[in-house]
Design a protein around this ligand. Structure first.
Ligand SMILES: [Zn+2]
Ligand SMILES: [Zn+2]
Length: 864
């Protein structure tokens, strides 16, 4: 333990933070599977290993670390695992870029290996940021979804759900990105406004408006509203599709909007979700005009092989020339696009793998979970209720978990691996048994791979210790912290999978955090140039200041705008608290004190009662994940109660070697120790640094403080005491006296406080007496001051007589003047504001200044 004299004058985060990071042991943060303590498992989000742990991640991790550190101090066996959700397109694209190749230039396994190499490098970079921010991660529970020990579980979960009927394969329309050349799920479609053209065509004699003329080749019907008189009698007839010449039926359907375009619409396979609906409803043909690369198929005749956009322009040109195109109008439209590359999605019917969605059982589990903030549950509920299609989980990519299935080359039967053989790559490995149906040994492996959400949606099973078969005793986890942007994906898929695989909810609670916006209030993006990285902040102000910004910047669940001022405020608070702590530590070490000194002084009782109030407030805030409220209470207590009032009040006692010094030291020791403990989740380095000067042992292994000594009367009277001191100091200042200059005797007339053990006297450098006898205070009316601006116009020639009359009043009348005066036998009303009496006050025959504070009178003798 170092001496307080060694405490540097200024807090140096740049020296302190790395020092503690070097001292803290990973083992201190490990979950103990054999522990008898209550468990607290956090199902942390596995970030995508881009190489940059961005500010949004860091913000989310601050919340997680506040919870983890708080719960450890509350006696829980905490797991704060760190996962990495590796698979997916961005890494494939990056590898193509780095090596100047396309994914088809290499064998699949070699390409995957390059993806793995890059991912591991990126993870290493991101681990450093996590370390620098002081997060108490349990590295013994780190998981990497691309490694065999993890994707073995993804494959096991696939097989379990396949066997229980949750997973099936089918030809069904799915959302497809022709740039990424893969199917995507509904949750991966984002909608963007676009300006397009609405083209009116002569469609075999009737007018039809379409935004996608290239889909004429895929037209399978024309639909009209049954009550639309313009098309009465048309239903049931067949029409010839312009340009392409095939015949299609006319159908009547209530879902047609007669007000859109001409009221007649063409149904194509597939323009949008509505087309899919009609296609099923009316059992229509399937005409596939666009392929996986976004090129026109043979169905498009002479336009075959053109990109769909080129085809659209060519068809419009041809229709203009032949007079089929009647007119064009601009149209604002919301277009579904691929969330990764923004390419407009196509809907294609494909053989794909699906997970069955059962909305009721998902909602039942979602309702058992406690949502913070509560309203976020509605987002889940709305999403589940609008589910129309099952979850498409197959992807036509490479860097992903392989679908562990073969097909028999002879009879086409599905051949599944034994769970013990997992993980497998069906494109490379062979089953250890022949086809169960026909006995053939010849199989072809499934080429499709799994959606990455299939990996990450079993994170909770993985961290609770699932082996791929039996539900672990530590399941469900206690909490899932995550952003509101992935409620429809990660939260939804996790609940779905948890119900399907375990029959239960995945967690007891879910905590939703907001997004970090740039200083300009917009989402951070390269194009706006408003990106700030966690390192930008930690280099200048340190990790603890960053963490405090995350806590204080917004209410939990709300979006948070990055703001340098909040970081600076956090840094200033640290400076202030460092100065406070330094002062306290120097006093505590100056001379030994009795740690059990009786607390009889009002100021000490007041401080500790206020500390108990603050402790209760901060504890309640932490329990409800209101980190901003907790930190605010700590700052207000430190700044106002402790520094500005208590220390100013007892400084004299600490310096004076008064016998009551011991009690002040005891109160300060308890207060500083509690503050360190409560600051520990927010500012772990800072709290550890101060705490290390206070007592042996890491603050992070101490218990969270309980609200201790509490005396309601001391709170009320102490509040009054500090108000009196502050008012008298203000008076002293107004009198032009230096704050430490001696001043005249102060008498306080109140029945509430009888004694303060001399604190106020020392704080004011004045003799102080506490009196409950207001009778001792004498009020003497003194000089009368007239206001001629009122008297002149109101009384004119009576002015002088009026003033003489007032001057002639005896003191007791002047103390409470009447509303009229008699002048020359006339009763004259006293004009309001016409004079004022300068009362003087006396105590024990001495002239004093008077200060009133509610029902308390304080007098200050004029001459010392
Ligand atoms: Zn895409
Ligand atoms: Zn077979």
């Amino acid at each position: 333990m170092s001496l307080p004299q060694d405490l540097p004058k200024n807090y140096q985060f740049a020296e302190v933070e790395p020092r503690w990071q070097g001292i803290w042991q990973d083992a201190d943060h490990e979950f103990d599977r054999g522990s008898a303590l209550p468990q607290f498992i956090i199902d942390t989000p596995p970030p995508y290993p881009t190489g940059q742990f961005h500010i949004g991640n860091a913000f989310n991790w601050c919340y997680i670390d506040f919870i983890a550190r708080y719960k450890r101090m509350r006696g829980y066996n905490v797991m704060f695992p760190q996962g990495w959700d590796c698979h997916g397109l961005p890494t494939e694209v990056k590898v193509e870029e780095i090596h100047g190749i396309t994914k088809n230039d290499l064998p699949r396994e070699e390409f995957r290996e390059l993806c793995r190499e890059l991912t591991l490098k990126n993870i290493e970079k991101m681990r450093l940021t996590l370390h620098r921010l002081g997060f108490s991660v349990d590295w013994s529970n780190e998981y990497i979804t691309m490694l065999p020990e993890y994707y073995r579980k993804t494959q096991a979960s696939f097989l379990t759900m396949l066997k229980s009927g949750y997973i099936y394969q089918s030809d069904h329309p799915v959302n497809f990105c022709t740039r990424c050349e893969t199917a995507i799920a509904f949750a991966e479609v984002s909608y963007e406004p676009r300006e397009t053209r609405l083209n009116y065509l002569d469609f075999d004699g009737i007018e039809i408006a379409t935004t996608r003329p290239e889909l004429l080749a895929a037209c399978v019907a024309v639909a009209v509203h049954p009550a639309d008189e313009r098309y009465a009698g048309l239903s049931g007839r067949r029409l010839r599709v312009p340009v392409f010449g095939h015949d299609v039926p006319v159908i009547a359907d209530d879902a047609v909007d007669p007000a859109f375009g001409s009221g007649a619409v063409m149904i194509c396979t597939f323009g949008d979700k509505q087309d899919v609906f009609w296609w099923k409803q009316h059992n229509l043909d399937l005409r596939k005009a666009i392929d996986r690369q976004g090129r026109m198929t043979a169905v498009a005749g002479k336009y075959q092989d053109r990109k769909s956009g080129e085809c659209r322009e060519a068809i419009l040109r041809d229709m203009r020339e032949t007079g089929i195109l009647l007119r064009e109008e601009p149209l604002e439209q919301r277009v579904g696009t691929c969330w990764r590359c923004k390419t407009p999605i196509e809907i294609m019917s494909e053989r794909q793998w699906f997970v069955r969605i059962v909305p009721d059982e998902i909602l039942r589990a979602a309702k058992e979970i406690s949502w913070t903030p509560q309203h976020m549950f509605l987002r889940m509920e709305n999403w589940v209720r609008q589910m129309e299609w099952d979850w498409c989980i197959s992807r036509q990519r490479i860097f992903a978990t392989p679908i562990p299935v073969w097909f028999c080359a002879r009879c086409k039967e599905m051949v599944l691996p034994d769970p013990a053989d997992l993980p497998i790559d069906p494109m490379k490995d062979k089953p250890h048994h022949p086809c169960p149906h026909c006995g053939s040994d010849e199989v072809t492996g499934e080429e499709d791979v799994l959606d990455t959400w299939m990996d990450s949606s079993i994170s909770v099973l993985n961290v609770t210790g699932w082996d791929g078969a039996t539900v672990p005793a530590t399941f469900p986890a206690q909490i899932r912290p995550q952003g509101h942007d992935i409620i429809r994906t990660w939260a939804f898929y996790t609940i779905l999978r948890s119900v399907a695989l375990t029959g239960s909810r995945p967690w007891d609670a879910i905590l939703i955090n907001g997004m970090v916006l740039g200083e300009d209030g917009f989402k951070m993006s390269k194009s706006r140039g408003n990106i700030i990285s966690p390192e930008d902040i930690t280099v200048t102000y340190g990790a603890d200041a960053f963490r405090q910004w995350a806590a204080a910047g917004a209410a939990t669940g709300s979006d948070i705008m990055f703001n340098w001022n909040d970081v600076i405020a956090a840094s200033r608070f640290q400076t202030k608290l460092w100065n406070i702590a330094r002062f306290i530590l120097l006093q505590l070490r100056r001379k030994d004190f009795d740690h059990a000194a009786p607390l009889t002084s009002l100021a000490d009782r007041w401080l500790l009662s206020k500390l108990a109030e603050t402790t209760a407030e901060v504890t309640d805030a932490m329990e409800h994940f209101q980190f901003d409220r907790g930190l605010k209470a700590l700052r207000e207590f430190s700044w106002n109660i402790l520094a500005d009032n208590y220390i100013e009040l007892v400084k004299g006692r600490l310096y004076a070697d008064d016998p009551a010094r011991d009690a002040a030291c005891r109160a300060l020791w308890v207060t500083l120790d509690s503050l360190c403990r409560m600051m520990a989740p927010y500012a772990p380095h800072f709290a550890e640094e101060i705490s290390s000067h206070l007592k042996e042992g890491s603050v992070h292994r101490k218990r969270w403080p309980e609200p201790g000594f509490r005396d309601q009367e001391a709170i009320v009277n102490g509040d009054l005491l500090v108000r009196i001191v502050s008012e008298v100091r203000h008076h002293k200042h107004e009198q032009g006296l230096a704050l430490n200059a001696p001043m005249g005797k102060v008498s306080v007339f109140t029945t509430r406080i009888h004694d303060d053990d001399g604190d106020m006297a020392r704080a004011l450098n004045a003799p102080v007496e506490w009196r409950n006898d207001t009778g001792a205070l004498e009020k003497r009316p003194g000089e009368v001051q007239f206001n001629m601006a009122v008297i002149g116009p109101a009384l004119r020639k009576d002015a002088n007589a009026f003033m003489d009359a007032i001057r002639g009043f005896p003191p007791e009348i002047l103390a409470d003047p009447p509303s009229t005066v008699r002048i020359d036998g006339r009763e004259i009303a006293v004009p309001p504001g016409s004079f004022a009496v300068q009362n003087t006050y006396m105590v024990g025959g001495e002239s004093v200044d008077l200060i009133t504070i509610d029902d308390v009178i304080v007098t200050v003798r004029k001459r010392p």
